[in-house]
Structure formats: C-alpha cells, structure tokens
Design a binder for this molecule. Sequence first.
Ligand code: ATP
Length: 335
Amino acid sequence: MESDRTRERRYAEASARVRVRVPAKVNLFLAVRGLRDDGYHELVSIMQTVGIHDTVTVELEGGESACRHPAVRRFMELKFSHDGGPGVPDDERNLAVRAAHLLMRATGTGTADPDGHSGGPDVVPATRVDLSKRIPVAAGMAGGSADAAATLVGLNRLWECGLDRDELRELAAELGADVPFCVTGGTALATGTGTATAQVLARGPFHWVVGMSRTPLSTPEVYRVFDEVGQPTEREPDAVLQALRTGDGEALGDALHNDLEVAAFTLRPELEAARDAMLAEGALGAVVSGSGPTVVALAESDRQARELAAAMTDRFDRVEVAASPAAGPEVSDLR
Ligand code: ATP
C-alpha cells in the first residue's frame, strides 16, 4: 500500500492545471428504426470524431497540491466559466457542470459541507473548470457531450481519482447517449437509443468540409418533424462500415446517409440547397450530421476540401476543413 509520504509527494508533483482538447463528432450514417414504448427512437448510427475541438481547462485554485488529498477534497468547491456566448448555459444545465458534479458524487469530492464541519480546512479549496468552445452549439456535432467527456477525463486526472477509461465511460452513460463515445473518440457503431456503442475499424484520414449555421436546430424538434414526415427505414450501415475498413473515400461518399435529413430539410430548406451545392462542386458525398444543422461534405484530399470550403462560404455562417478520425480527448498537464 502507498505510504502517506509517497502519496503526499505524488500529490505535490501532480499538475495543478490540466487541459483537455476534445473533438466533435459527425454522423456518417444514421437510420431511425422506429419509436419505442418509452418515447425514444431506436437508432443505428456510425459516429466518427472530426478535428474541430473544444478545450476544457481544469485548475486547482491557487495551485495547492494538498487539495487532492481525499480528506481535503471532500470540501471542494466548483467554479465554472465558458466563452460560448448566451446559447451555452453556465449552470447545472451545462453538461460539463453536470459531469463535474457526477464525478464529485462518485468520488466523494466536494460532498462535505464546510460550514457544518469542525474538522474542515480554514479555506475551502476550489477547482475552476473553464470551457473554450469551437464546436458549434446545438449543431448535431455532440459539443455538449464532448465537453462532458473532457471534464470527466480532466478532473479525473487533476484530482487523481484513478478511474480508468471504462469506469469513466460508465459514468459518462449517466450524462447522455453520446458521452461514452466522446470519452474514447475514434469511430463507433451505436445502436439502441445511441447508448450501446462498439468501436469499428476505420482507416483514414478522410477530409471534410464542415458547413456550420449560427441558427441552431433543436434535436427534439427534428425528431418531432421526422415523426410527421419521415419513415423509419431498414437501411443497414454495411456500405459505410466497408468503406471505413478499406479507407475508400469514394465508396464512403456514396454511402453517407441520414434518415433525419428529411426533417432537417423540412425545417430549413436552405440546408438541402447547400448540400446540393457541395455535391455540384465535386464533393464525394454530403450529408446532414445528426439532427443538423451542420452539413458535412467529403472531399478526396485536403486540397480539394479547401477549395470546396472556399466555394461554400456564402452558404454557411462558418465553414471549416477538418480531418477524421480525430484522436479522442487529448490531455496535457500544465504546471
Ligand atoms: P448532439 O449532436 O448530441 O445532438 P448537439 O451538438 O446538437 O448535440 P449541443 O451543442 O450539445 O448539441 O447543445 C445542445 C443544447 O445543450 C444547447 O442548446 C445548450 O442549451 C445545451 N448545452 C449543455 N451543455 C452544453 C455545452 N457544454 N455546450 C453547448 N451546449 C450545451
């Protein structure tokens, strides 16, 4: 067993500031199988991380290493900030805050009330969680889920909780369907309501043009319209899986598919025109990601992606070029 001294030294040497870069996801395939008795839709989807990142920085206020000691950690306070503007909540509704609180409960961090405790520290230690957003909000790119995953990974490191990735994924599942995938990244086949995921083999890189819209689309609204105008399909993801396995961009472009597209196009017809424009400009394929409004187009090279992006600037509020699959959450210690 680790001695008190060794542990103190480990705490003292550990970083008081940790940064996690976390990628967005795109859906390469999404089929809606139907409505379940509990009101959720049964899905089959293939998600892949793509190189547009949010950054979560977690920091012990004042850098006090003693804050990590489990006895002191019980008194931890949480402070949260972000640069995401008015569309991003700054309280418990933010998935990053919910993730922090979930990890706190799971590890006994911040669970003691300093006022009602005689043995508590004189100054209650605090952890700052700061979120820098580049992933568009409510855009079908799992931005909130990515932030939750990054917060779990970052705080696990900062507080030295010692949870492994599987344990973090288990906690992540309590926060939302896409969060466990965001803890790992890569490429995954998701079934059920999206919670059951299995990693799949994908060669790459693939080069994307990501067309983003400032006006969000609400996921529940898209599903509501889908129930009116869409049809559940029996379509299978085999062609996408095969294209990913062989790294065949042309085949992947042909196989991209999203049943929710019809609902997103009904709500926002200009998205269909934008998708068609991407195809007319020579994209290998183009599709709405998740519940939209982001539209992604696959190009045959980074160069073609840049040319295509330049041609699309009038169609979207923001256009970026990004490669997939992107590595999952990347952690760096900042001293
Ligand atoms: P998905 O692809 O999983 O459907 P999304 O990318 O469409 O997700 P998010 O960016 O996660 O959607 O935002 C959906 C809503 O969640 C926002 O409108 C916002 O109110 C709320 N939200 C909670 N936490 C966050 C966060 N960290 N970043 C952005 N939005 C958040």
